[in-house]
Design a protein around this ligand. Sequence first.
Ligand code: PEP
Ligand code: MN
Length: 622
Amino acid sequence: MLLVLEDQITPGQRDEIKSRLHGEGCIAREITDKGRNLIGIIGKTLKTPEEYKKLEGVLDALSIQTSHKLVSREFKSEDTRVKIGNVVVGGDRIVIIAGPCAVESREQALAIAREVKKYGAVLFRGGAYKPRSSPYSFQGLEEEGLKILAEVRETTGLGVVTEMTSPTQAELMEKYVDVVQIGARNMQNFELLKCVGKMSKPVVLKRGLASTIQEWLMSAEYIAAGGNENVILCERGIRTFEPYTRNTLDLSAIPVLKKLTHLPIVIDPSHATGIREKVAPMARAAVAAGADALMIEVHNNPDKALSDGPQSLYPEQFGELTRDIYVIAPVVGKQLDYDYLKKSEVIRKIHNGGTKTAAFIGEKGAYSHKASLSYFGEDVKPLPMKSFSDIFDAVEGGEVDYGVVPVENSLSGSIHENFDLLQEHDLKIIGEITIRIKHALIVHKEASKESIKKVMGPPPALSQCKNYLAQYPEMEPVPVVATSSAVKMVKDSGDLSCAAIASTMAAGIFDMKILEESIEDNPRNFTRFVIIAREDKGHKKVGKSSIIFTTGNKPGSLFEIMKIFSEYGVNLVKLESRPIHGKPWEYMFYTDLEADIESRELSPMLEELKDKSETFRILGRY
Ligand code: PEP
Ligand code: MN
């Protein structure tokens, strides 16, 4: 049963409800979901929803139909995000967990950890207690292995994940590791589940070799019922009649689970396939199917590995895989962030635990909002603003820490206003992020396509849906400032003849109906955003620089500058000319280059550039 509490409920009324439930022998869990305050009642309730509705402070009482309760979507509609140090499993950033099957030695673990970190892993895995089919196989280094894992964390900054096979190991796990794993063979070891339910560490719960999704969720329920709601479900292949692979990876579990539970999902293609060459294709497919994380076995000498060598990737293969994931993830609205740990560390250090904010244009649910979440994850709070110039002013004035602004779209081109603002303000570009733009036509619940007369959206969004809109000449395009503002305006107007072009995320936030999805003319519709700040504190490994320069008004002056880049072998990925305000017919050039312009090797180039240009400014290195 789920009690929806009134917004004005008093602390006294809340305590009264809880003590009553306690008296009835039920567990009461308080949560907030989509801004609503709820109390979940677990255990045998003898009362009907009608009876609970009569309690003071209770707005509504809903019974939960599924047998899994705490972990069900009915209980909590918002996705759970499991925090492991600076890493969050379940957000917009794909979490890569990698490492050997077993910790074999200090040198082996540290060497592999350095490799996987280099290629994008943010958590390290390695077994210290190995549940092996044969009692004669390597059983793990036990406590010694846990100590090595703790050292891996100290030296690399990677959080560590390891399997716990018995409740007797709980204390050691609390002491040495960041995440405990319940292995496939122990998925229904209920004493072990009850034990990790009482622990403070997040749990990766692997699916049993022959368990249904329902049984798996009930095991997760055991952990949550014990008080530990930080559960990550891990699909690692189930046993079928097919002998070509070690197990059969059930990727359909991803969309099934996404409907049934709010818990995040990690896919382990290593144990699922058991064969090195099959791991990468299944990992790629898992991300495309909506996995939140991947767990991959990697070994620097798989032929000599003490367990699971044949399914372990060589570090370079793992690197190739993460490059593919980097490309695939944005297609499904996610990111693989190579600077994940560095960025979080820098942000935390600068802000010393205080709330960090990033301004974006429009309302919640805007693509800029999504870009902010994709870039910063949970580390920074996105803050809506009315215009791009408000964002630049707020960053410059120190009212917010960062700004997230779009600069170009793959279909509709540059957002010139932001190039001009970059020129006018003394700010730094500290990073960039590209996200896929997938538009939906959003209306009131009662509206239908026939009733639509006006379609609101910012000019780039209207232009990206030109062909779609051309099919409906009766729909008049109305330009507004941002996609999410369009949704809010349609919502506030109550007008059934108005529609908005925006993301499905915006439709969810404003509780509106999606009339049609994917209405952009070309599915390869991506927008690049830059992250602006007053100062760059080294948020990212530098691979790119942005500059603004002006040249003399004489033949060949731009060519002179281009020649310098050519001579130093530096690739330009953007060159844009913009009029200089107050100087009619004079232009400045905005350029992105694939190099660190302040690196030692390029310092002669920088001198030549400064020499040959009239004005020269570095906007950022990122
Ligand atoms: C492991 O992760 O090394 C392992 C033993 O996994 P599973 O429990 O899925 O077999
Ligand atoms: Mn293994």
